[in-house]
Each structure stands twice: as C-alpha cells, then as structure tokens.
Design a protein around this ligand. Sequence first.
Ligand SMILES: [Zn+2]
Length: 284
Amino acid sequence: MKRLLLLLALLLLVVTGCGQQSVSTNQSPPEGTGGLQVHFIDVGQADAILVQSDGRNMLVDAGNNGDADLVVDYLKKQGIDKLDVIIGTHPHEDHIGGLDAVIKNFPIGQVYLPKVNHTSKTYKDVLVALKKKQIKATPARGGQNFALGQAQVEIMAPNADKYEELNDYSVVCKITYGQTSFLLTGDAGVRSEEEMLQMGYNLKADVLKVAHHGSHSATGKAFLQAVAPKIAVISVGQPNDYGHPHRETLQKLAARGIKVYQTAQVGTIKMISDGKQIEVKTTR
Ligand SMILES: [Zn+2]
C-alpha cells in the first residue's frame, strides 16, 4: 500500500511537471529538444515540409522525383531515424515525387493520402513502396486529427469525394503548438478553400504555406481573411513554367501586411516555435 502511494505521488509529480513545461516561458528551448520545428525544404518548384515536435517527425510531401536524394539527405542530417507520419498531399509529381525514396529509407508510421485514383508512374512508385513495406495508407479527410508530440495536427481538407482538379484533393493540415499555428495547404484551390470555410473549421494560423506555389488558382480573399496569417511561405522555384508566384497572390498578401518568404529567394526556411513565438531562420 505504501509503495502504491509513493508511486501515485511520483506519478502526480511527473504529470504536474509536464504541465509546467507546456506552459513555457518566453525563452526558446534548445534546438531539437523541445518546441516545434517546421522546415520548408527548398526543393525548387515543389513542396517538402518537415515538422518536428518532441522527437516526433512528420513529412508533408517530398519534392519532385529529382529531389529524392536531397530530401532523404536533409532528413538524415537532422538525425531523423523514423518518420512517424507522412502526408502526401496529392498525386502530382512536385509533391509526391521523392516519397518512394523516403519510404524506402526510413521506418514509417502512419501515411495519409487523399482518396483518389491516379495512374501516373510517379504515384504508382509511391503505392508500390508502401506495399513493399506492408503499410496501408489512411485516406485523409477533413475532420481527422492526431497528436505529433505535443503538437496537434488537424486535417481540414479534402471534404468531398470527387473533384475536377487533382489539386483540390490536396490534404490540408493545421498544426497547433501552444498558441502558435501553421496551415499547410498543398495545392488546394479555391473550391477546396470554399469547402473549408463552409465546414466552419478554425482556419486561423500564424503561418500559411500558400497553396499551389502562389498561383492565382488559390488563396481567395475570404480564405485569406479567415486564416489571417502574419507570415506566408511560398515554396517555389525560379524560373518556372507557370509564372509562380502570381502577382495577384503577392499583392493580396502585401495588402494585408503579411511577411512573405519564398524558397526561391531565401532557400530552406526553418521556423521554431516555443508555443508563444515563432523564430524564422533562412539559409540565404
Ligand atoms: Zn504543386
């Protein structure tokens, strides 16, 4: 009995200790040991985003086929030995191109993909890599959520079964850590944005990964107003065939006084949150 009481007291101490830790001070914890880190890896005209919290790792997209080595090397350099979660936002090559290599190179936990039939070789490579490791992807859908260490991840799209545009199948997720939040939108277009607004999700976020490399096919006025970010990230290569980011998008962001970082200009962008503040580090 005495032993049980002692154990209970110890447990209580541990629990309250954890609680104090999460109500952190203004100081940033040392890198990699706490807090939330979001890396927008410079993969040119493509997306690859690493999210780390309390030793848990999530990768959202993995660049083009040609970026496979770059992404795998980047993850290894961060000392990552497991990816707890992978999200492949949608089957376009500039998002899932490097995913098969990532799946081959790391132990993988859960994989989220939109439920869509797509027959490109690149997408098949991903499905084959998953099958070889006997991993069954979870079909992503708005309303799902899970924890990544002390961070919370909410899936906000897709919200319909069928879309004309492959981009609209994009898995959109919001990551919340303490009072800070990040919204990662893949290439979701205006239709998906309207659905997210209709669903009544809390889209508000400090950082917006602007959809579709800054194309005018996304970042509608109402959506931007709901997200109301302080910082925007555009993952883009320069030059590119599409004229991304489009001037309209940049003007909309500028009109709201949002600080914009483009990977084409500043390279890989690393953001560190202590739950209250977000520190931004760029590589050039
Ligand atoms: Zn794209």
